[in-house]
Design a binder for this molecule. Structure first.
Ligand SMILES: NC(=O)c1ccc[n+]([C@@H]2O[C@H](COP(=O)([O-])OP(=O)(O)OC[C@H]3O[C@@H](n4cnc5c(N)ncnc54)[C@H](OP(=O)(O)O)[C@@H]3O)[C@@H](O)[C@H]2O)c1
Length: 247
């Protein structure tokens, strides 16, 4: 693991990231600071396509700016680390614009809060990538595979969700792929992709960002399962939130 120099600035920055990683699960799970979009949307807010575009496009700009000093002269490791972040956010921009079929607004505060956190995360990983791993070890290869698996699995399940809305913008119980076992397989694959990003970058910052994402998506998937159980009386009792047969 690559650790930062413990300057005052870094202690504050890493303290903030650690606090966020610890706090996000209870805040999202108990609903004090639930992200206001999709099934937990506000009454008013930004058009969802615009909001989602903003919150994924800004990190794309952030990682590109932070990588500019070495981008055109980078090693294979630097290129792969940069590519993981760039591909992740570029995919989300494209999915937000052309794949997802949204049915309601996203909160303005939520949009800029998420955009801020993702931009910080993307900038930081791009910046720390100036001093990457020395060589590609087995964990690096595993990380690359997990990233690709995560991106593909995440896309497949987003496509399943979009296909539910051929003639309606209502909510329907999703089926197909891992949706037969859990309500948020797309989150599971998102976590898989970020686990991959951590393994290829291996900075303390990317570990804290991964922990934040695990906390957030675990809490939100549990809330989503409860939402389905309350909305659909015929909802299958065996379905879990995030990990088939376990959680
Ligand atoms: N890294 C992170 O911290 C993080 C956090 C959150 C999300 N993400 C990424 O963003 C992706 C999408 O997340 P999300 O929270 O927006 O997912 P989501 O709430 O499941 O929504 C995804 C899309 O599917 C639609 N949808 C959801 N359930 C549906 C149903 N039962 N019937 C019909 N349509 C349905 C939603 O429409 P509505 O908008 O109308 O609900 C939306 O267009 C994740 O898979 C992940 O890749 C990343």
């Amino acid at each position: 693991m690559i650790l930062p120099e413990w300057t005052t600035g870094n202690i504050i920055l890493y303290g903030y990231l650690a606090f966020m990683a610890l706090a996000v699960f209870p805040l999202e799970y108990f609903g004090q600071a639930m992200m206001a979009y999709s099934k937990f949307r506000p009454a008013q807010g930004l058009h969802p396509r615009l909001g989602m575009f903003i919150l994924y496009f800004l990190p794309l700009v952030a990682v590109t700016i932070s990588a500019l000093p070495y981008l055109f002269n980078s090693s294979a490791i630097q290129l792969i680390v940069f590519a993981t972040i760039f591909i992740h956010f570029a995919k989300r921009v494209l999915e937000s614009l052309f794949l997802h079929k949204y049915s309601g607004p996203i909160g303005t505060f939520t949009t800029f809060m998420i955009a801020g956190f993702y931009s910080l995360a993307a900038y930081l990983i791009g910046y720390l990538n100036r001093q990457p791993l020395q060589f590609m070890d087995i964990w690096f290869y595993l990380g690359t595979i997990l990233f690709v698996l995560g991106i593909i699995g995440n896309f497949i399940h987003h496509k399943i969700l979009a296909n539910l809305r051929k003639n309606t913008l209502d909510y329907i119980i999703p089926a197909g792929g891992l949706f037969n076992f859990v309500v948020c397989p797309h989150y599971l694959f998102e976590i898989t992709a970020w686990l991959g990003i951590f393994l290829v970058s291996r900075h303390l910052a990317s570990l804290l960002i991964l922990l934040f994402i695990i906390g957030y998506l675990t809490a939100r998937s549990i809330r989503t399962l409860k939402w389905y159980q309350e909305k659909f009386s015929e909802f299958p009792a065996s379905k879990k939130a995030l990990i088939p047969f376990i959680l």
